[in-house]
Design a protein around this ligand. Structure first.
Ligand code: ATP
Ligand code: ATP
Ligand code: MG
Ligand code: MG
Lengths: 224, 224
């Protein structure tokens, strides 16, 4: 369902060029469960942003569900992103003026889901992540780990076909982290493709597919 | 050097009151090395914010280096904070328009350190955390772990007497995390008091003093 070929991504800072991705090839099937690991700065978030249609490569192609995405216009990419992808950002990107419940509800509202169904799905998503007592708190009234869980609830409430999670347990204790992973693995068991970036080798070891990055390239790509 | 007595902190959200800290007593000596652990939402960041003079308790007292801080006015608290405390935030709080070097330099400039010495100290702090190649990148041009390391460099460049670190390795791979901990432990070895909030039990196990929080109170307080 995911096919990356020859992906390159460079950033310019002043007169310096950073080669964030230097030729990445990657193929994943429907329902795969992959962990992407590697040192700080090795290109994991850059890779995820390209997979999530949030960024375009400077070279190479990306086919998602058979659709060649790099040649699509912004509007079609945005629609594909909304309809098919749930993204959990390394820095959460919650909407400050909305409550936890409001943040989780937003993608449902944008997708035209009816109010009664929205309320039920938001309640279920918050409950699955232990957030019910904090539903009416805004992000600045939440702990770091609570914000992270809101970001996860928002990405999963639409049951997208692809979930991209950038360090989903970085701010969580062992118990909350396990709850999150169980929730994400539950979605994967129902057919969703799951790609996690993580620094936690215990978490990485649970994935069936393990991809290790170094310096903008794939150093290792194994099936467990 | 730190004496907390009967610390309470409550937050109001709508008609709900959250008891973030419910009566915390804590005494730490000069040069101590403590880890604060506990579930997401148990009050760790709230405790650190009070220790860092970023927040005031609703009840109880906090003496820092013999100075009773809760009765001081805002201006004196701000000065004490600038002069004595280095804070590494769970969400970094870097200044978006400044580069990595600019962010690290800021506390030195505010303290009136001369330009030549500032440049040397910034270069040393960046180098200690592997950030030299990214000195001229702004936060939005850095990876998550690089931003975290800039936050650490900024907090430590002033060699404050107290360092408060809220999950300093949450976004770092094992190797970068060890570099950070070595840098922080090096400062502690030179007499700085170090308090880390962490979800990583390996990291927590290195501290000489281990404090576990649950539901806004200290559940356990051990010397290793
Ligand atoms: N400004 C605020 N307004 C309302 N509630 C708050 C506020 N700040 C924190 N809280 C609540 O107080 C509790 C403690 O928050 P705190 O940030 O100290 O937790 P924590 O132990 O640092 O958690 P984590 O490990 O997730 O970072 C949480 O339940 C949180 O929802
Ligand atoms: N917008 C940008 N402009 C310039 N350089 C960038 C930009 N975004 C990322 N980089 C650089 O590209 C490299 C890869 O960044 P990326 O965020 O993908 O790393 P990462 O593997 O996610 O790291 P971490 O584990 O620290 O989150 C880094 O060295 C970073 O400094
Ligand atoms: Mg990253
Ligand atoms: Mg916290």
């Amino acid at each position: 369902v995911i096919e990356l070929t020859g992906i390159e991504r460079r950033f310019q800072v002043g007169d310096q060029v950073v080669a964030a991705l230097r030729g990445v090839d990657l193929t994943l099937g429907d329902g795969d469960y992959a962990a992407v690991m590697g040192p700080s700065g090795s290109g994991k978030s850059t890779l995820l942003n390209i997979l999530g249609l949030l960024d375009r490569p400077d070279a190479g192609t990306y086919a998602l569900g058979g659709v060649e995405t790099t040649s699509l216009n912004e509007e079609r990419r945005a629609r594909l992103r909304r309809e098919r992808i749930g993204f959990i950002f390394q820095s959460f990107h919650l909407i400050p003026r909305l409550t936890a419940a409001g943040n989780v509800e937003l993608p449902l509202t944008l997708a035209g889901v009816a109010p009664k169904e929205r309320r039920e799905r938001v309640a279920a998503a918050l409950d699955a992540l232990g957030l019910t007592p904090r539903a009416h708190h805004r992000p600045d009234q939440l702990s770091g780990g609570q914000r992270q869980r809101v970001a996860i609830a928002r990405a999963t409430v639409m049951a997208p076909e692809l979930i991209l999670a950038d360090e989903p347990t970085g701010n969580l204790d062992r118990a909350s982290g396990e709850e999150v992973i169980r929730a994400l693995e539950g979605l994967n068991a129902r057919g969703l493709t799951l790609i996690l970036v993580t620094h936690d080798p215990v978490l990485g070891g649970r994935a069936r597919r393990r991809i290790r990055m170094a310096d903008g390239a794939v150093a290792e790509d194994l099936c467990a």
